[in-house]
Structure formats: C-alpha cells, structure tokens
Design a protein around this ligand. Structure first.
Ligand code: HEC
Length: 83
C-alpha cells in the first residue's frame, strides 16, 4: 500500500472506482469505445482536460475527485499504465 499520499485517495483506488468499468484495470478494456490508455500519448494537461470536459462517450469525471490531490494521483496512475 502506498502511504506517500497524505490526503485524498490513491490513484489506483480512484481509477478502479471511476474508470475501470470502461478502460479496464490494465487500461485496455475499451468498453463504450474507450481509448487504450497504454497507447495514449496525452500530456498531463490533456488528461486533466478530458477529465474535466469529457469527450464523446467519455463523461466528465473531475467532479468525482473530492480532493485537489486526487486529480494529480489519477494522472500519475493513468500514465503508469503506459508501456
Ligand atoms: C463511460 C465510459 C468511460 C469512463 C467511466 C471513463 N472513460 Fe476515459 N474514455 C472513454 C472513451 C469513450 C474515450 C475516448 C474518447 C474519444 O476520444 O472519443 C476515453 C478516453 C480517455 C482518455 C484519452 C486517451 C487518448 O489518448 O485519447 C483518457 C486519458 C481517459 N479516457 C482517462 C479516463 C480516466 C482517468 C477515467 C476515470 C476518472 C475515465 N477515463 C473514465 C470512456 C470512459
């Protein structure tokens, strides 16, 4: 378990609860046309933007993040799925 995040939830928990039903825990599930996150080349800013605005079949997700640090945690986790 990660203990280096004093506030908020860890990225993996946030991802499991909010993202894995479409993207899968490995990022490659592709439900509802979800993009393969292992092949994503988005910058941190672009990831934050899609989480705030949504895109096509992806709903905006940012309102589900209760702590400001949650957004950072999820961006770090999403990038950790890359090859
Ligand atoms: C309802 C299904 C659904 C959920 C839930 C969902 N996504 Fe997505 N996601 C999509 C779809 C569909 C796309 C493709 C959007 C497009 O470009 O048309 C996508 C695209 C993305 C992309 C862009 C990848 C790229 O390089 O184009 C990222 C990053 C992403 N999602 C992260 C997340 C994260 C993080 C969460 C959870 C907080 C999440 N998604 C939750 C469906 C979902």
């Amino acid at each position: 378990m990660s203990t280096d995040e004093p506030k908020g939830e860890t990225g993996i928990r946030l991802y499991e609860r909010n993202c894995s039903n479409c993207h899968g825990m490995d990022g490659r599930l592709g439900n509802s046309g979800a993009k393969d996150l292992t092949a994503s080349k988005m910058t941190d800013e672009q990831i934050i933007e899609i989480l705030e605005e949504g895109k096509n079949a992806m709903p905006p997700m940012a309102m589900l993040m209760e702590n400001p640090s949650d957004m950072d945690s999820i961006v770090v986790f999403v990038k950790s799925l890359r090859k």
